[in-house]
Design a binder for this molecule. Structure first.
Ligand code: TRP
Ligand code: ZN
Length: 889
């Protein structure tokens, strides 16, 4: 915790380290109150560095001993201030020995070495290693590690660290030890240890090369019945990386460990991935289809980091997207390939784009907007963002769109050829893509350096005399903090043209060579501010399908008529744009209704006689040629958050009222269709989380949630029956969440029973809290009451997220209550969390980012809440950075 003004770190200030570290030997005497850490490292001066002193970082450490080449260093031989230990006058080759003490049990930040449910865990990314020992804790310093763990054998029977187990034995006193050696050089952020009472599911697995590897999933004893899916996901990940990218697991042993207290999703420590339990534990009783899919994605993500992140790592933290954007892209492709079908891939694509629009577009338009490769930060933990991750993945995806799958693969191969074992920059990845394909990608660099979401305006002109069709694209990008003017981006825009019967027309671009079979989708490369693309041989007025498969992370402005949108929704061969057309149509209607609410007009009148959306939705719902999973996405209205983004001045109550009105209207207009869909998408028999079954359940449960809007006795019976008879968590949660939005007589009982059935399953208790946090009737007072429940604690991030984050981010109509009570609650919780876990507190602090977008009355109350937090006595730099930037002009 700091009280001095936090320092801003700039990308342009990068300097190479003054020393390289060759080897690191560590000895841990694990004790929850005071753990002794002895570190011996060998260093070599970096001749390319101009600074003479060795710089080590350390935080919250007791320094016991410091020796250079065997000789203790006196206090005059070094300086130690503000977490930086500087030693001048060292020889070019030196062995440093450092003894430190840390207090794991008191460590509520969950960074460095900490205790969770009696067991030891570490989290070192980004700068947690410095909470374990003094070290040049920066990703461009890579070393080989040997680690000895010592601990009481009965309390901590399992001792794990990176790499291979080379020795273990007894120490007397009831203590034992284990020695681990990691054969690969790694940056300190990939260090990990785990110690405690854990058990594992293990398996040997044959790589494509024939080499056998040991795979383990470690959990607490009671969770051994929930590891199978993670193990399957791990094996699928290993296979996929071999097949798609020719990348093999480079270790003989690969471990996944689940921990209940964790700040983020999971961590890719070399050979010893540590996971939030949420992304490991699953069985049909406790996990939903979404949980199963998330586990597969996160297991894949962390595994894929072994090459993209670990073998090739980041030179500095500004390059974070080098590993995160690329690895998210890889996990997205993995999940898509696991579904296998074209329509399954489209479903996955739609889900990913939804996340981007719901979370990243707002970030790009707010006070925390930053480029994919930021230029500065105060606290690096605040830059593990949707921009770095999800927009970063879109940037990587654009290479593949521009170069093709094969070209992309060539670029990947060259990237590893050039940089294996190195710490590099985003520019190195771009250079590998360009050089492997003989392409000039210099303008593409702007995707890394410019923040903000580009807008692309489409104008079209058909000339029947010359049978030509012009598509004119104009790009722009609004200013973001520190970037008033933007230069044009290199934007791949995938387009198709539909004829009057809805079929794809063959495409000929003027000037392109004739001959060969004409494609039906073409990637136009928009590089100037404004460009016209002329198609020839266009025999009739087409309906354009622009930005197919969401080929670039931009906002597309196209003035489609309602009829065009309904037409595309019914016919586009590109499933993404088919979905998109429906969303556009729904958004248009919803924004009209929002205006009506604001003008005090009647919604019924504003909507009178308009059956277009309902008809289009009905046609989609009943189209048996479409996957249920796709239909579920197509029939889900844009979220309140996405609608808010479309408005200049956000009015959460009006948005909520309009959207609810539309849901009720669709519920009654399509009532029989929903009932049929409900019945025909049941999945009787043994539960399976596969994409087809999950899709059916999703559509069936969407039907249930629409029907619940009718709140009839008949629907109450349906919900109650599903709640009582469900053989899996997906159906159970769906029934309960539908129930609690109705006046059904059984709803209170159902909630109570749910808790009683699962009170020993932490992840399900989280669901119980978040269901209630997001219920339409839950106001601030109800959330405060839930906080007094014995199962609630702010100290566990999952639990805090399940109630507090769910309410503040997922229940906009209640959170933005006109009296400002939601904001006061938010301020209180940010301040309370700040004292426990700054990283988690800073995430919650982000909730009020976009306060300037709201109605003046709400703005004033939001600003007051932000000022209250900013004025709090002791603030972490994490929270301070967020609230300061939010309040800045
Ligand atoms: N590198 C981790 C991931 O892929 C992110 C992460 C996990 C992390 N835990 C963290 C980052 C703690 C900062 C702090 O996806
Ligand atoms: Zn990652």
């Amino acid at each position: 915790m700091r009280t001095d003004t936090p320092q801003t770190i700039y990308r342009k200030d990068y300097t190479p380290p003054s020393f390289w570290v060759n080897t690191v030997e560590m000895g841990f005497d694990l004790d929850p109150q005071a753990t002794h850490v002895a570190t011996r490292m060998t260093l070599t001066r970096n001749s390319a560095s101009r600074s003479k002193s060795l710089v080590l970082y350390g935080e919250n450490l007791e320094l016991v001993q410091l020796r250079a080449n065997g000789k203790p260093l006196t206090k005059r031989a070094y300086t130690l201030a503000h977490g930086t230990l500087e030693i001048p006058n060292l020889p070019d080759q030196v062995t440093l020995e450092i003894e430190t003490i840390t207090h794991p049990e008191l460590n509520t930040t969950l960074m460095g070495l900490y205790v969770s449910n009696g067991n030891f865990f570490t989290q070192c990314e980004a700068e947690g290693f410095r909470k374990i020992t003094f070290f040049p804790d920066r990703p461009d310093v890579m070393a080989k590690y040997t680690v000895m763990l010592r601990a009481d054998k009965e309390t901590y029977p399992v001792l794990l660290s990176n790499g291979n187990l080379v020795e273990q034995g007894e120490l007397g006193d009831g203590r034992h030890y284990a020695v681990w050696e990691d054969p690969f050089k790694k940056p300190s952020y990939l260090f990990a240890l785990v110690a405690g009472k854990l058990v594992c599911q293990e398996e040997t697995f044959a790589l494509r090369s024939g080499r056998e590897v040991l795979l383990q999933v470690w959990v607490e004893e009671g969770n051994l019945d929930k590891t199978q899916h993670a193990m399957e996901s791990l094996k699928n990940s290993i296979r996929w990386d071999e097949e798609r990218f020719g990348l093999e697991l480079d270790l003989d042993r690969f471990m996944i460990v689940a921990v209940g207290d964790f700040n983020m999703g999971a961590m890719e420590n070399k050979g010893l991935n540590i996971f939030n339990t949420k992304y490991v534990l699953a069985n049909p009783r406790i996990a939903t289809d979404t949980d199963y899919a998330n586990i597969e994605a996160v297991v894949g993500h962390e595994y894929f980091h072994n090459w993209t992140g670990n073998r090739v790592t980041c030179r500095d933290w500004f390059q974070l997207s080098l590993k995160e954007g690329l690895t998210v892209f890889r996990d997205q492709e993995f999940s898509a390939d696991m579904i296998g079908t074209d329509s399954g891939r489209a479903v996955k694509r739609i889900e990913d784009v939804r996340v981007l629009r719901q979370a990243q577009f707002p970030e790009d338009a707010g006070p925390m907007a930053h480029p994919v490769r930021p230029d500065s930060y105060v606290e690096i933990n605040n830059f593990y963002t949707v921009t770095v991750y999800e927009k970063g993945a879109e940037v990587v995806r654009m290479y593949q769109t521009l170069l093709g799958r094969e070209g992309f693969r060539k670029g990947m191969d060259l990237y590893f050829q050039r940089h294996d074992g190195c710490a590099v920059e985003c520019d190195d990845f771009r250079a590998a893509m360009a050089d492997a394909n003989g392409r000039d990608l210099s303008q593409f660099e702007r995707w890394y350096s410019q923040a903000g979401t580009p807008r692309v305006k489409v104008e079209t002109r058909y000339d029947s005399d010359t049978q030509t069709y012009d598509i004119t694209l104009t790009q722009s990008c609004a200013p973001t903090p520190g970037q008033p003017k933007k230069l044009p981006f290199h934007i791949p825009v995938a387009v198709g043209l539909l004829d009057s019967r809805g079929r794809d027309m063959p495409l000929h671009l003027k000037g392109d060579a004739e001959g060969g079979s004409a494609p039906t989708t073409m990637v136009l490369e928009l590089t100037a501010e404004k460009q016209t693309f002329r198609f020839t041989g266009v025999t009739e007025q087409p309906v354009p399908s622009i930005l197919r498969n969401f080929s670039a992370p931009v906002v597309l402005e196209a003035d489609y008529s309602d009829e065009d949108l309904a037409f595309l929704m019914a016919h586009d061969s590109d499933a993404f744009n088919r979905w998109e057309a429906g969303q556009r149509l729904a958004t248009r209607r919803l924004l009209t209704l929002v205006e009506a609410v604001q003008n005090g007009a009647s919604l019924e009148e504003a909507d009178a006689g308009d059956g277009m959306l309902a008809n289009a939705f009905r046609a989609t719902l009943n189209d048996e040629s479409l996957d249920p999973a796709f239909r579920e996405l197509a029939l889900t209205l844009p979220s309140e958050a996405v609608l808010a983004e479309q408005m200049d001045v956000v009015d959460p109550q009006a948005i909520h009222a309009a959207r609810q009105y539309m849901r009720r209207k669709l519920a009654s207009a399509l009532r029989l269709d929903w009932q049929v869909a409900y019945q025909s998408n049941r999945t009787p028999g043994t539960y399976s989380p596969d994409a087809v079954s999950a899709g059916k359940r999703a559509l069936k449960n969407l039907a249930l949630s629409y029907l619940a809007e009718l709140d009839t006795d008949e629907v109450h019976v349906l919900m109650q029956a599903q709640n009582d008879g469900a053989n899996n968590m997906t159906d159970r949660v769906a029934a309960l969440s539908a129930l609690i939005h109705t006046q059904a007589p059984g709803k209170a009982n159902a909630l109570e029973k749910f808790y009683a059935d699962f009170e020993n399953e932490a992840l399900v208790v989280d669901k119980w809290f978040s269901l209630q946090a997001t219920a339409r009737t839950t106001d601030v007072a109800a959330v405060r009451a839930l906080m007094r429940h014995p199962a609630f604690t702010l100290k566990n991030p999952n639990r805090a997220r399940s109630l507090i984050f769910s309410f503040c981010n997922g229940n906009p109509a209640q959170f933005h209550a006109e009296d400002g009570s939601g904001y006061a609650f938010w301020a209180e919780q940010v301040i309370a969390l700040n004292a426990i876990n700054p990283q988690v507190a800073a995430r919650l602090a982000r909730t009020l980012d976009r306060w300037r977008k709201y109605t003046p009355a709400l703005q004033a109350k939001m600003r007051a809440a932000l000022q209250q937090v900013a004025g709090a006595k002791t603030l972490s730099k994490d929270v301070l950075e967020v609230v300061t930037k939010s309040l800045a002009n």
